[in-house]
Design a protein around this ligand. Structure first.
Ligand code: PMP
Length: 296
């Protein structure tokens, strides 16, 4: 099979119990995910065809489903089997799997969901590309923006319009991404990532709450930090904390930890990816290698 993603017709997706070519996959126009954004999702990295941090992603999926009262349609084993089967149908060693569950199809328009809907389950996978070498040497540019989202950002909801708008606003300002500042003046997260800062050798990140998504990469970073005697502290962060940080990172499953080197047009630290980020990157790659070999 070609490695070229443009050959989409060869990609297989999972839809409601079937593995079919992406080009043939269809859902109802009355699906509540399509009409209301009524659903939740996960994105899971795959290294050497193995799902990474699966238990954490599964737990978050279950938390999201429970939070929006969509019944979990599958058992833990069935979820794992579904994704492993999908992964094995593609040649890429490293992938990222997208998994979505919506409340299902409802013919009559009503904000109130009908009883006993059948959730729509959809999953596809893409090759996971290594982060651009330029980003690893130069970092990314970020602007701070007001967090315009709702108060349940802990749910991984498919309704991402505010995130899309904030990403667009960042682009219009010539930046790669945005860090979001809440109405209470605290930093929540990135538009599609968590925020970690380094101050005096210590890693600091906002505590999990309804204001941000509990990132799985953040959990991995905490674990890796602990095994290398790096202090990882959860506490509220302000704009001033960001501005006086030695380093700023954005963490996510597909990008791991990205170094931010320009914040609102001002250099972060010395304006290049910092030493603690460099150490963490090495440790993180080692952790992945150990995971692939079944050691962690
Ligand atoms: N926050 C938001 C809003 C996200 O969309 C994501 C993931 N894309 C994250 C944080 C990071 O989560 P994870 O490390 O589990 O990918």
């Amino acid at each position: 099979m070609s490695q070229n993603l443009s050959v989409v017709s060869q990609q297989i997706v999972y839809l409601n119990g079937e593995y079919i070519p992406m080009s043939e996959s269809q859902i109802s126009t009355q699906d509540r995910g399509f009409l209301f954004g009524d659903g939740v999702y996960e994105v899971i990295p795959v290294y050497q065809q193995k799902l990474f941090a699966w238990e954490e992603h599964l737990q978050r999926l279950k938390n999201s489903l429970a939070a929006v009262s969509i019944p979990n349609p599958l058992t833990d084993d069935a979820w794992l089997d579904l994704l492993n089967t999908l992964i094995a149908k593609h040649p890429w060693q490293d992938q990222f799997v997208y998994l979505q569950v919506t409340r299902g199809i409802q013919m009559q328009r009503d904000h109130l969901p009908a009883d006993c809907l059948t959730p729509t389950i959809y999953a596809y996978t893409n090759p996971l590309k290594p982060v651009d070498a330029k980003i690893l040497t130069q970092g990314i540019q970020v602007v701070t923006l007001e967090d315009i989202r709702w108060l349940r950002c802990d749910i991984k909801a498919i309704a991402l319009l505010p995130n899309v708008l904030m990403k667009l606003a960042a682009k219009h300002q010539g930046a790669d991404d945005a860090i979001l500042v809440g109405r209470d003046g605290t930093i929540s997260e990135g538009s599609a990532s968590n925020v970690v800062i380094v101050k005096n050798g210590e890693l600091l990140t906002p505590p999990n709450s309804h204001k941000l998504l509990p990132g799985v990469t953040r959990i991995v970073i905490e674990r890796v930090a602990a095994s290398h005697q790096l202090s990882f502290v959860e506490r509220e962060l302000t704009l001033q904390d960001l501005q006086s940080a030695d380093e700023i990172w954005l963490t996510s499953s597909t990008k791991e930890a990205l170094p931010v080197t320009l914040l609102d047009g001002v250099k972060v630290g010395s304006g290049v990816p910092g030493p603690v980020w460099n150490r963490m990157r090495d440790h993180y790659q080692q952790y992945k290698a150990q995971f692939v070999s079944g050691l962690v």
